[in-house]
Design a binder for this molecule. Sequence first.
Ligand code: AMP
Ligand code: MN
Ligand code: MN
Ligand code: MN
Length: 288
Amino acid sequence: MKIDLHSHTKCSDGELSPEELVLRASNKGVDVLAITDHDTVSALEPARDAIIKHKLPLKLVAGVEISTRWHGFEIHVVGLNIDDKQPELVALLTQQQNTRDKRAEKIAAKLARVLPESYGFTAETIMQKVLEKAQGQSISRVHFAKTLLEAGIVDRMQQAFDKYLGRKGKAYAAPEWISVEQAIAAIKAAGGHAVLAHPTRYDLKNKWVRKLVDYFAEHQGDAIEVGLPRQNNNELIQLATYAQQAKLKSSQGSDFHRVSSYTELGSLLPLPEFCEPIWTDWQLVNPA
Ligand code: AMP
Ligand code: MN
Ligand code: MN
Ligand code: MN
């Protein structure tokens, strides 16, 4: 069974519509797919409709990826099998969207200050381009990165993050995300499982990754992502061992954002035997 518990759509920083995403997942032989957009659940309803419309043999897991702050780092907490209509969760995600909007204004103002004048950008014109890209949905730093790329200010997305948008970038704005434990509590109150996303992809030293995993377990987190996109076996075993030591379950996901050579839906290494997959007691087949 092909299981992918981390993916994005246009409703946040992904490029496919919910319909295109479920069609592609099905095409790639995925049996179980979680859509986990950043701080929004708005892709879930159209994805459900598309699965019915096209009669896809695909089980959709209702998910979300919540941005949090921990010791000055931005840490992502994935919620799986959530009730996406639970009022407290919906209110919390609205608050996170407001935080995104406020952060976007700050980033635009900083960019206008640090970009060479010859590009002719002001905070207003940058915001205009970013809003066009977000199309009324979740505003992401990816939309800023694409704006910089299109203007020829950077050659690659990664460069946009390194030079301007990342933690050490010239236009970085520290957002007021909720805490890790608030995200865990909100996910669990909405009937979901809380999963620490991609622990080894935050640019943290190993000692801090372990601290984060232990912290996640202490605050009633359920699992960590062990299976990640473009992963080598060492990282897989390292994460599986961290999960085992902290008595956490294991999850896996491609973190698919767009069609590229970087990653594909459902394309993951198998979890090591000693892991306890998060889905072992889930109902994985759609009732007929
Ligand atoms: P945001 O959620 O608005 O803070 O944007 C973060 C998103 O940017 C991540 O979910 C990734 O999809 C994307 N991204 C791409 N490259 C980087 C990078 N070097 N650092 C941080 N985020 C990146
Ligand atoms: Mn993303
Ligand atoms: Mn993430
Ligand atoms: Mn993600």
